[in-house]
Write a protein that binds this ligand. Structure first.
Ligand SMILES: *[C@@H]1O[C@H](CO)[C@@H](O)[C@H](O)[C@H]1NC(C)=O
Ligand SMILES: *[C@@H]1O[C@H](CO)[C@@H](O)[C@H](O)[C@H]1NC(C)=O
Ligand SMILES: *[C@@H]1O[C@H](CO)[C@@H](O)[C@H](O)[C@H]1NC(C)=O
Ligand SMILES: *[C@@H]1O[C@H](CO)[C@@H](O)[C@H](O)[C@H]1NC(C)=O
Ligand SMILES: *[C@@H]1O[C@H](CO)[C@@H](O)[C@H](O)[C@H]1NC(C)=O
Ligand SMILES: *[C@@H]1O[C@H](CO)[C@@H](O)[C@H](O)[C@H]1NC(C)=O
Ligand SMILES: *[C@@H]1O[C@H](CO)[C@@H](O)[C@H](O)[C@H]1NC(C)=O
Ligand SMILES: *[C@@H]1O[C@H](CO)[C@@H](O)[C@H](O)[C@H]1NC(C)=O
Length: 905
């Protein structure tokens, strides 16, 4: 019995790899919002472990041979099942039974060959069924009978030889039936009558070898609005028959591209007379001859596609009758047959006179000889005219070239690529409503006097880029103040520095492109007043000198005042210096491109612009270090940064901050690993900047801190030394006072009666007479006042020093009678003063009174007695007056000083 358990375990262990294998093979599907994508997984079976609530299941590009209905029972909520690009050859009817909500079933690129009545029997809710690129050659009976909700049925790229999809009327809601690339040779009415109740927006029969349209074939369909018969070699006669078959149908959209319709006559489209055709595509037909009145039957036509043909001659009646056309495409419709000029296509005057409603005319890429005086006459609704690369010789635009457009409300005129070399005065004076004039890619070489633009009162954009040379004057744009966009790229621009600036009249300018002109000289007022300018392109010029400090007169600040500038491009100008303040007043600047310059060291906070930058390009400069003080502000809210191909110096000081920033930022920096490489030091050459290890750099941070602390300590030390030198006495004195107060030597404020003496008088022996003479009388006057005079009051026999100490303690105040004698008295110096001061510190600062009998400077006082006037309250410092009449005042002051409470306040 004991043996069994291990065996079981072995058995389970043996199964484990298989379980992992089978589950992992199906778990690769990605499921998001009830959409399971199992495409491209080499699946041979339908996964059985997807959430049951999925509504979309994508099984394309796998190796499924079948879609077993049982496997779908758990996915009963599916509305879209895409099984395209597998090798499914058979479909179980029960599939739809298990998927009652299925709306879209895609089985394109499979191997289905046979559809029976049962195949889609239960697929009643289907709106789209894609069976393109299978091998269905024949449809028997009615496999689509139950598809009452079907809107789109794609059976293209099969082998069907007939349009017949059923024997009875069905598919009443079908809108698109795609049968292109089959083997249908004849369109028969009995093969389309299953659609008798349908309204088809699109019947796609392109790329079939149709040779015949049997009578009434299109009338068999309930309503036919759109018919596509591209890539069928119908030729003129079958086309004519086709149109007859379409007579009186609902046809609105007919596409006959690439059907070898090389000629049309007044009969070709006669059958369409009884229709409301609105769109006709005759492109890619090699159409050579348009017979007069060919389209006279199409008064409802609105969209007419005639591009890529070979029309030799458009006569005044070729387009007769196209009164409703709003869009006409004649791109590459008139091409020359051979090299000889005689075979150039011709467009007669008044050819377009019938197209009263035409709004859009494309005549690009033609070989029309030139513009005749009535070429466009009658186009009274024309708004968009493209004449790009239309003419073989339109060298000069004169005041008569566009005369025939005088009555057209033209908004856009495209004249690019016509080898135009000169614009004469008033050339556009007929086009007062024009908004966009494109003259790019020509050979214009002239001075712009301003007369060229005369009459362009509503012009919004002039595109002049890529011409031979343009010489500006102060008046070049004086007649077009409404201009908002001016493109002057690569036109060998001359006299940009004329004064006043050529751009001065363009107060509404928002975009100015002056790039690729090798401009070296501009004035600082070139853009003055262009307050609406948003985009300025100055790349590929030669402006480096203008921003050099060494420039005579200082850097030229040509950007000043552009308060609405958003985008500034200064690429490839050779800049090696940027003035620090140059971007400071560009209040809305979001993007700067300074790539391909020679910048190395940038001034701190040069990018500290009023709003934070979104995009900064500095690729291919000579930047070695990326430091916080320069780039910190710019990098704050950046979405895109390009600093690729700079010779970064991979040392802590140069790029540690940058590398740390890269690792944290959400800014988009493309090609970080391959285009941001270290240049120095040699051991890091070619090493990706992003891999630079900044952890050793962190050690330098404490050092920096240490350095800072050290220097501050040093400075503080120096400060203290100076302070102590000059004010030390004050500090130590007040320090002593404070310490005593703080340590609890309470202010001794004993009542006056606790003291024996009102004051102890310290004086030099030689000043004895003055004391007797002037202080004793005070005692006599005031009985309560008693001084301690050494000579008089010391008890006999007591040691002198002890007596002094005791007496000082018993006195409320101490009076110093300061004279030169006192300063020299040794006992005073050493002992009495010390005690007195000690007591003052312990008790109170105004317990000491200084009476100066002579004028003694402070330094002498300090030197001899270590006392300064500054230590005491001013009312405790008295001067013995020279004048007799002030002696009374002195006595009064002394009494005040003696009477004052021993307090600091
Ligand atoms: C669908 O099923 C998954 C798990 O099977 C569940 O997480 C998810 O919330 C379900 N979604 C809805 C809309 O019920
Ligand atoms: C299924 O996936 C393929 C390939 O990824 C994609 O082309 C197709 O549109 C997807 N089908 C559906 C219904 O989303
Ligand atoms: C799919 O159904 C077949 C039988 O119809 C069954 O053998 C197979 O195990 C099923 N596969 C899954 C993944 O459910
Ligand atoms: C068609 O779909 C609806 C829900 O949209 C459902 O109620 C109905 O049963 C479906 N019909 C069939 C035949 O499955
Ligand atoms: C068609 O043109 C021919 C001449 O080319 C003319 O005889 C005939 O009357 C025209 N038919 C119509 C309907 O204009
Ligand atoms: C064409 O349109 C008009 C009105 O818009 C309508 O009366 C007429 O029946 C339409 N003709 C055809 C053939 O559909
Ligand atoms: C065109 O300019 C010429 C002078 O160059 C003038 O004689 C002629 O009248 C102008 N034509 C028009 C239509 O203004
Ligand atoms: C003018 O036509 C050229 C060529 O098609 C095109 O590239 C250009 O964008 C057009 N210009 C305008 C303003 O549309």
């Amino acid at each position: 019995m004991r043996q069994v358990l291990p065996y079981r375990i072995y058995f389970l262990w043996g199964l484990l790899p298989f379980c992992i294998l089978c589950s992992s093979s199906t778990n690769k599907c990605t499921v998001r919002h009830e959409v399971a994508d199992c495409s491209h997984l080499k699946l041979t079976q339908v996964p059985d472990d997807l959430p049951t609530n999925i509504t979309v299941l994508n099984l394309t590009h796998n190796q499924l041979r079948r879609l077993p209905s049982a496997n779908f029972t758990r996915y009963s909520r599916l509305t879209i099942l895409d099984g395209g690009f597998n090798t499914i050859s058979k479909l179980e009817p029960e599939l739809c039974q298990n998927l009652p909500l299925l709306k879209v079933l895609n089985l394109q690129h499979n191997e289905l060959s046979h559809l029976s009545d049962k195949t889609f029997m239960f697929c009643m809710n289907l709106t789209e069924l894609h069976l393109m690129s299978n091998s269905i050659q024949k449809i028997q009976n009615n496999p689509f009978k139950n598809q009452k909700n079907l809107i789109k049925l794609d059976l293209s790229h099969n082998g069907l030889s007939s349009t017949k999809l059923g024997t009875q009327v069905q598919l009443e809601n079908l809108q698109e039936l795609l049968l292109s690339n089959n083997k249908i040779h004849v369109v028969r009415s009995e093969e389309l009558d299953f659609l008798a109740n349908s309204s088809l927006k699109k019947l796609e029969l392109s790329s079939n070898q149709i040779k015949e349209f049997s009578p009434g074939c299109f009338h068999a369909i309930g309503k036919l609005f759109g018919l596509f018969l591209n890539n069928i070699p119908l030729g003129p006669s079958l086309t004519e028959k086709l149109c007859l078959e379409l007579s009186s149908t609902c046809i609105q959209n007919l596409s006959l591209s690439n059907i070898q319709l090389y000629t049309t006559s007044n009969m070709t489209f006669a059958g369409l007379k009884q229709t409301n055709l609105t769109a006709l595509d005759l492109s890619h037909n090699n159409l050579n001859v348009i017979g007069n009145d060919s389209f006279a039957w199409l008064p409802h036509l609105e969209y007419f596609f005639l591009e890529y043909n070979n029309i030799q001659h458009l006569s005044s009646r070729s387009l007769h009758g196209l009164f409703g056309v709003r869009y006409l495409n004649l791109k590459q419709s008139f091409t020359k047959q051979s090299i000889s000029l005689a075979s150039l296509p011709k467009i007669d005057d008044f050819s377009f006179q019938w197209l009263k409603r035409l709004e859009y005319l494309n005549m690009e890429d033609n070989d029309i000889p030139g513009i005749k005086s009535n070429m466009f006459t009658g186009l009274i609704n024309l708004q968009y005219l493209s004449l790009s690369n239309s003419f073989t010789s339109l060298r000069t635009l004169t005041n008569e070239t566009f005369l025939s457009l005088a009555h057209s409300p033209l908004l856009l005129l495209n004249l690019t690529k016509n080898k135009i070399s000169k614009i004469e005065s008033g050339a556009f004076s007929w086009l007062g409503q024009l908004k966009v004039l494109d003259l790019g890619l020509n050979e214009i070489g002239q001075e712009l006097t301003g007369q060229e633009w005369r009459g362009l009162d509503n012009i919004f954009e002039i595109y002049l880029s890529y011409n031979k040379y343009i010489q500006l004057t102060s008046n070049s744009f004086a007649s077009v103040p409404s201009l908002q966009r001016l493109m002057l790229r690569r036109v060998a621009l001359k006299n940009v520095d004329s004064s006043p600036s050529p751009f001065h009249p363009l107060r509404n300018l928002t975009i100015l492109d002056l790039s690729n002109n090798n401009i070296a000289n501009i004035n600082d007022d070139m853009l003055e007043g262009l307050e609406k300018l948003e985009i300025l392109d100055l790349q590929h010029n030669n402006l480096a000198r203008l921003w050099k400090h060494a420039n005579p007169g200082g850097p030229v600040c040509f950007l000043k005042g552009l308060s609405h500038l958003h985008i500034l491009n200064l690429e490839s100008n050779g800049f090696d210096e940027i003035p620090a303040e140059v971007f400071k007043d560009l209040f809305e600047l979001k993007s700067i491109d300074l790539g391909l310059n020679n910048l190395n060291v940038l001034p701190p906070s040069v990018f500290d612009t009023p709003v934070s930058l979104k995009s900064l390009s500095l690729q291919k400069n000579l930047i070695t270090s990326v430091e916080k003080n320069v780039f910190g502000p710019a990098f704050k809210n950046l979405s895109n940064l390009d600093m690729s191909f700079n010779p970064f110096d991979c040392t802590c000081e140069s790029i540690a901050w940058f590398v740390n920033w890269i690792n944290e930022t959400h800014t988009n920096i493309s090609e970080l690993s391959s285009h941001y490489l270290c240049n120095t030091p040699p051991q890091y050459h070619g090493f990706p900047v992003m891999l630079f290890d900044t952890s050793p750099c962190k050690d330098s941070a404490p050092f920096e801190l240490l350095f800072m602390i050290n220097t501050s300590i040093l400075w503080m030390f120096i400060f203290m030394v100076l302070l102590i030198h000059f004010e030390g006495w004050r500090i130590s004195f007040y320090w002593n006072v404070s310490v005593h107060r703080v340590l609890g030597f309470k202010e001794i404020d004993r009542q006056p009666e606790q003291f024996e003496y009102a004051a102890y008088i310290i004086h030099a022996h030689k000043d004895r007479d003055w004391v007797w003479e002037h202080l004793s009388p005070m005692e006599e006057k005031d009985q309560s006042l008693k001084f301690c005079l050494e000579e008089r009051d010391f008890e006999a026999g007591v040691l002198e020093l002890e007596a002094i100490v005791n007496s000082i303690k018993r006195s409320r105040k101490i009076i110093f009678v300061v004279t030169h004698h006192l300063l020299k008295d040794p006992l005073c110096k050493r002992f009495k003063v010390h005690h007195a001061v000690q007591q003052a510190i312990e008790q109170n600062l105004d317990s000491i009174i200084l009476i100066f009998l002579e004028d003694i400077p402070d330094y002498k006082l300090n030197h001899a007695l270590c006392l300064r006037r500054g230590m005491f309250k001013s009312h405790c410092i008295l001067n013995w007056p020279v004048q007799k009449e002030r002696i009374n005042a002195f006595h009064h002051k002394l009494q005040v000083a003696l009477g004052s409470r021993n307090s600091v306040h």
